[in-house]
Design a protein around this ligand. Structure first.
Ligand SMILES: Cc1cc2nc3c(=O)[nH]c(=O)nc-3n(C[C@H](O)[C@H](O)[C@H](O)COP(=O)(O)O)c2cc1C
Ligand code: SF4
Length: 597
C-alpha cells in the first residue's frame, strides 16, 4: 500500500508532503516504521521526514481518532460561539480538547481559520467541512460519532458550502468564454502578453500588491547573463491557493465557481514566461475542492471541451499539478510555499534571491494569488482598457472582499478599488460597527472614524479579508485572539518571532485577564517594535499589528483593564513551588517565596 501511495505521487523526494498526507489519511498518523521506509525509498534523511511530520498541523506521530474533528478557531468563529460548541462536543463524547479518546474513536482539536468565516461556526471532520454548526448539530454529531456512523450517512446539508456572492463586479459579473483568453494569448508573443498585463496595471491580489507584469517580466528575462525567454531554462508557474489569512475566503469561491479562469490565467502566465509545468498549491482545509479541480484539469487536457487540449496553447505543452497543504499558515508566504512544494517544512527562505530568479528547485518561478490569475485571464480576453475602466490610478480594477463578522449579509463583495469602507459596511448590513479588521490580522484595524478611508494600495491595501465588529465586542479580546493566532502559526525559524510572539501572547493574556499594569503596556510596545523590525518574514513583521493598532485607536479599552499598581509579576514564582513543597512535605514560611518587583 505504501509503494502504491509513493508511486501515485511520482516517487520523487519533492512529493514527500503529498505522500505523508495520504499516509496520515490511511493510518490516522505517520507511524515511525513508515518514516523509516519512506526515508529509504525516497532517499531522504529520516530526520527530514520527521521534521516535515512535526511541522504541519494536519500530520501527527500519534494517532488521531477515527473521527477527527477540528473546530475553526478564527475570531469570527469564536464570535459565533465555536469554542463553546467544541467544549460541548468534548463533554458529550468524554474526550479532552486536543486529545484522542482512549478507544481511538474520536479526537477534537481547534485549528486556525478554515476559510468559512461567512458560514461559521465551521469545523473539519476527517478533512470534510462542516458549516453553520449549532447546539443541535453538536448533539447529533456526538450521537453519530458514538455510534460510528459513516460520514456518508450524515445529513448532506451539514457539509454544504455556499458561495454567498453578494455583489458581483468586473470579474464576477462577466462570463469568460472557455478558451477566449488562450485564443488571444495565442496571437501574442511573450512580450505582447506581458505588455497587455502591464498596461492594465494589474497588481497582485494576495496582499502585497506587487505589479504582476513586472514579476512575469523578471521571470521571462531571467538572471543577468541569460537571454530573455531562454528555452534551456526550466521555469514554473505557481498558483497560491493557501488562503490562510483569517477571514479570507474569496479564493475558495473563485476555485469553486471559476476554476477554468484560474487555470487559464496560469496557462497565459506559463506561455508568457515559457513555463511547461505549473502547480496549484491548495490549502489542506480546501481538500473538499480537490476532486472537482482535478476533473476540471482533466477536462481541459482531454480535448473534450473545445476539441483540443486547452491546458496549453497551440504548440505549447503545459501541465498543472495540484499539491495539498497540511495546515500551516506560513505556507502562504511564497518562499515557504515553494519549500512546501518541494516536500519540506515551510520555512521562509532568505530573500533575495526572489522566486522569479530562484524559486521551485532553484529555477525561475512566478507565484501569484488565485484572484490575480483570474484577473489576468480576463484582461487577456477582454483587454487592458476593460480592466482600467474601474479602480484608481494606483489600484486598477476591482477587489474581491471576504466580509464576515457582525453584519447581516456576510459573503463576497467585489468592489472597484477606491471604494470607501463605509460603502461596504452599508451594503453588508453592518449598522453601527465599532471597527473593521481590513486585510486580516496582518492588515489594519480601523475604527469607525476611519470608515471613509478607501480600499486600495494607496490607502488600505488588503488581500480581501474584512471582519466586522459591533460596538458590543471587546477589542482587547479581539486583539488577543489574533495574537494567539500569530504565536501559534510562527514557524519557529527565527528567534524574534518565535520568542517575541509568545511573549506578546503572555502580555496580552495578562492584560486581558485584569493583571496588567502600565508597565506591561510599555513593555508590549517595545517588544512589538523588536518583533516587527527583527523578524525574518512577513508573519513576524506584522504579528504585533492587531495589538499596536487597537492600542492606538482604543487606548481607553486597555487602560480600563489595568491595575493601578505599576508592576504585577507575569509569573507566580511561589505558586510554581507548590509541587516541590508537596513532594518535600513542607508548609513552613521558609518554603515560600515573596515576589519582588
Ligand atoms: C505569512 C504570509 C502569508 C501569506 N499568505 C498568502 C496566501 O494565503 N495567499 C496569497 O496569495 N498570498 C499570501 N501571501 C503573500 C505571498 O507571499 C505572495 O506575495 C503572493 O502569493 C504573491 O501573489 P500576488 O502577487 O498575486 O499577490 C502571504 C504572505 C505572508 C508573509
Ligand atoms: S518571522 Fe516567524 S514565521 Fe517568519 S521565519 Fe521567522 S519565525 Fe518563521
Amino acid at each position: 500500500m505504501l509503494c502504491e501511495i509513493v508511486d501515485h505521487h511520482g516517487g520523487e523526494a519533492t512529493s514527500l508532503l503529498q505522500v505523508l498526507i495520504d499516509v496520515q489519511m490511511r493510518f490516522r498518523c505517520v507511524p515511525a516504521g513508515v518514516m523509516t521506509f519512506l526515508a529509504e525509498i525516497l532517499h531522504l534523511p529520516r530526520t527530514q521526514i520527521q521534521a516535515v511530520v512535526e511541522f504541519y498541523s494536519f500530520l501527527s506521530v500519534t494517532s488521531t481518532g477515527r473521527f477527527d474533528v477540528r473546530f475553526s478557531d478564527s475570531v469570527t468563529d469564536q464570535l459565533l460561539g465555536s469554542r463553546d460548541l467544541a467544549t460541548r462536543l468534548c463533554q458529550r463524547l468524554g474526550v479532552k480538547l486536543g486529545e484522542t479518546r482512549a478507544d481511538d474513536a474520536v479526537s477534537v482539536h481547534l485549528t486556525s481559520c478554515t476559510g468559512l468565516s461567512d458560514q461559521g461556526p465551521a469545523a473539519l471532520v476527517n478533512g470534510q467541512v462542516l458549516t453553520r454548526l449549532d447546539g443541535d448539530r453538536i448533539v447529533q454529531m456526538a450521537d453519530f460519532i458514538d455510534q460510528e456512523i459513516d460520514l456518508d450517512a450524515w445529513p448532506k446539508a451539514w457539509f454544504r458550502v455556499e458561495d454567498q456572492v453578494q455583489l458581483e463586479g468586473l470579474l464576477l459579473a462577466e462570463e469568460l468564454p472557455l478558451g477566449a483568453c488562450l485564443e488571444r494569448a495565442g496571437t501574442l508573443d511573450a512580450v505582447g502578453i506581458i505588455s497587455e498585463i502591464d498596461r492594465s496595471g494589474l497588481r497582485g491580489r494576495g496582499g502585497a500588491g506587487f505589479k504582476t507584469a513586472v514579476k512575469w517580466r523578471f521571470c521571462y528575462e531571467g538572471a543577468e547573463g541569460t537571454l530573455p525567454g531562454d528555452p534551456s531554462i526550466t521555469r514554473y508557474v505557481v498558483c497560491n491557493a493557501d488562503e490562510g489569512e483569517p477571514g479570507t475566503f474569496k479564493d475558495r469561491v473563485l476555485l469553486s465557481r471559476n476554476a477554468h479562469d484560474v487555470f487559464e490565467g496560469m496557462t497565459v502566465c506559463a506561455r508568457a514566461i515559457g513555463a511547461l509545468r505549473g502547480f496549484l498549491y491548495l490549502r489542506g482545509e480546501y481538500r473538499y475542492l480537490l476532486d472537482t479541480l482535478l476533473k476540471v484539469l482533466e477536462a481541459r487536457r482531454s480535448r473534450g471541451l473545445l476539441g483540443r487540449n486547452i491546458l496549453g496553447v497551440e504548440g505549447f505543452d503545459f501541465n498543472i499539478e495540484i499539491h495539498l497543504g497540511a495546515g500551516a499558515y506560513i505556507c502562504g508566504e511564497e518562499s515557504a510555499l515553494i519549500e512546501s512544494l518541494e516536500g519540506k517544512p515551510g520555512h521562509p527562505r532568505n530573500r533575495p534571491p526572489y522566486p522569479v530568479t530562484c524559486g521551485y528547485l532553484g529555477q525561475p518561478t512566478v507565484v501569484n494569488n488565485v484572484e490575480t490569475f483570474v484577473a489576468a485571464a480576463r484582461i487577456m480576453a477582454f483587454g487592458a482598457d476593460w480592466f482600467l475602466s474601474e479602480g484608481t490610478a494606483q489600484s486598477t480594477g476591482t477587489k474581491m472582499l471576504s466580509v464576515s463578522g457582525d453584519c447581516e449579509r456576510p459573503g463576497i463583495y467585489e468592489v472597484p478599488f477606491g471604494t470607501p469602507v463605509s460603502v461596504v459596511m452599508h451594503r453588508c448590513g453592518a449598522d453601527d460597527p465599532m471597527g473593521v479588521q481590513v486585510g486580516g490580522p496582518s492588515g489594519t484595524f480601523i475604527g469607525k472614524a476611519e470608515f471613509e478611508r478607501i480600499l486600495g494600495f494607496e490607502d488600505l491595501s488588503t488581500g480581501g479579508s474584512m471582519m466586522v465588529f459591533s460596538q458590543a465586542r471587546d477589542v482587547v479580546a479581539i486583539a488577543r485572539g489574533f495574537t494567539h493566532f500569530f504565536a501559534h502559526e510562527s514557524c519557529g525559524f527565527c528567534t524574534p518571532c518565535r520568542v517575541g510572539t509568545s511573549l506578546l501572547r503572555q502580555l496580552i493574556d495578562k492584560i486581558a485577564e485584569g493583571h496588567g499594569t502600565p508597565h506591561d503596556l510599555v513593555e508590549m510596545t517595545q517588544l512589538a517594535a523588536i518583533v516587527k523590525n527583527a523578524s525574518h518574514c512577513g508573519l513576524g513583521q506584522t504579528a504585533a499589528n492587531p495589538l499596536m493598532q487597537t492600542l492606538e485607536r482604543f487606548p481607553e479599552r486597555y487602560q480600563e483593564r489595568l491595575k493601578t499598581t505599576l508592576f504585577e509579576p507575569g509569573f507566580d514564582l511561589d505558586g510554581a513551588l507548590e509541587v516541590s513543597r508537596q513532594m518535600t512535605g513542607r508548609a513552613d514560611a521558609n518554603a515560600h517565596l515573596t515576589q519582588v518587583g
